[in-house]
Ligand binder design. Structure first.
Ligand SMILES: Cc1cc2nc3c(=O)[nH]c(=O)nc-3n(C[C@H](O)[C@H](O)[C@H](O)COP(=O)(O)O)c2cc1C
Length: 262
């Protein structure tokens, strides 16, 4: 075979092997098709002629001039997964337990090559929240980030058997459908397991008013959180639950993203 091309969407590498001195018009057409496919899908493009990789045979030089150097598979994976996750912290407390856990989850997602943006109710001036100032730039900026997100995580402490009042004040300022078709992972931390169901009767219904698709969610009690540790969840079972829910959320976001970009 004068020209052999291999492409694999999973590993996102397209390889085109071109034996030296045997370029025919039909070979050029296949090289073009494979290369366009590879570059559109964010794949690495490996060209090989004879012995060495990245040797571009003469007839194709013009076509390839100006194209960036092939990247490593890791960089390619990063390109494909440039998906924005927004994490909203609903705690008014600057040294917040729930926010620390959200930070840890954000790190897990970054390890999976997602881009993560952190928002906090504390980013919005108190008078804006208090007067429900929909037109304030901090509100439109936050709403824009949430709307563009491919996945959203919302965390809150339990306050008087529900989410925090300031989280509600913030959510009230967001447009009605801002989470439409968006996977949402809810998280709550509470002083005791007594209000575990606040996830079900309070936070999830709140998120559904914004048309988010809420996942099962995570509830952690204070005794399993240490804000000062790199991994702030002390209990092995709880940590496994956090990591499992995060992995499931990531998978859902990725699947949804590839469906809309198919
Ligand atoms: C005003 C207030 C009300 C609270 N109400 C509850 C409650 O009803 N149920 C509960 O389990 N914990 C309650 N807690 C404890 C917090 O939910 C818990 O400490 C939480 O982890 C704090 O999260 P944060 O550090 O992110 O703000 C309350 C704490 C405060 C300050």
């Amino acid at each position: 075979m004068a020209l052999r091309s291999l492409s694999n969407q999973q590993t996102a590498v397209c390889m085109v092997l071109i034996p030296e001195g045997r370029n025919r018009p039909e070979d050029e057409k296949t090289v073009r098709q494979q290369s366009v496919y590879a570059l559109r899908s964010g794949s690495s493009l490996i060209l090989s002629m004879g012995e060495g990789p990245f040797c571009i045979p003469h007839p194709f030089r013009n076509f390839f001039s100006g194209i960036r150097q092939p990247e490593s598979p890791v960089q390619s994976e990063r390109m494909i997964n440039m998906t924005e996750i927004v994490i909203i912290s609903g705690s008014p407390n600057a040294a917040s337990r729930s926010e620390r856990v959200l930070g840890y989850i954000g790190g897990l997602l970054e390890d999976k090559h997602f881009t993560v943006t952190h928002l906090s109710v504390r980013d919005i001036p108190a008078e804006v929240l208090f007067s429900a100032d929909f037109s304030h730039p901090s509100v439109s900026d936050a709403a824009g980030k949430v709307r563009r997100a491919k996945g959203v995580i919302v965390g809150s402490p339990v306050y008087k058997a529900s989410y925090s009042g300031v989280l509600k004040a913030f959510i009230d300022l967001l447009p009605q459908d801002v989470l439409e078709s968006t996977p949402v992972l809810p998280l709550m931390t509470g002083g005791s397991p007594g209000h575990l169901l606040a996830l079900e009767y309070a936070l999830k219904p709140l998120l559904s008013t914004l048309k988010g698709h809420a996942l099962k969610g995570i509830y952690l009690t204070d005794d399993v959180i240490d804000k000062n540790l790199d991994i702030p969840v002390l209990d092995g079972d709880c940590l496994a639950r956090v990591e499992k829910q995060t992995a499931y959320f990531a998978e859902l976001v990725r699947r949804q993203h590839s469906r809309t970009h198919a």
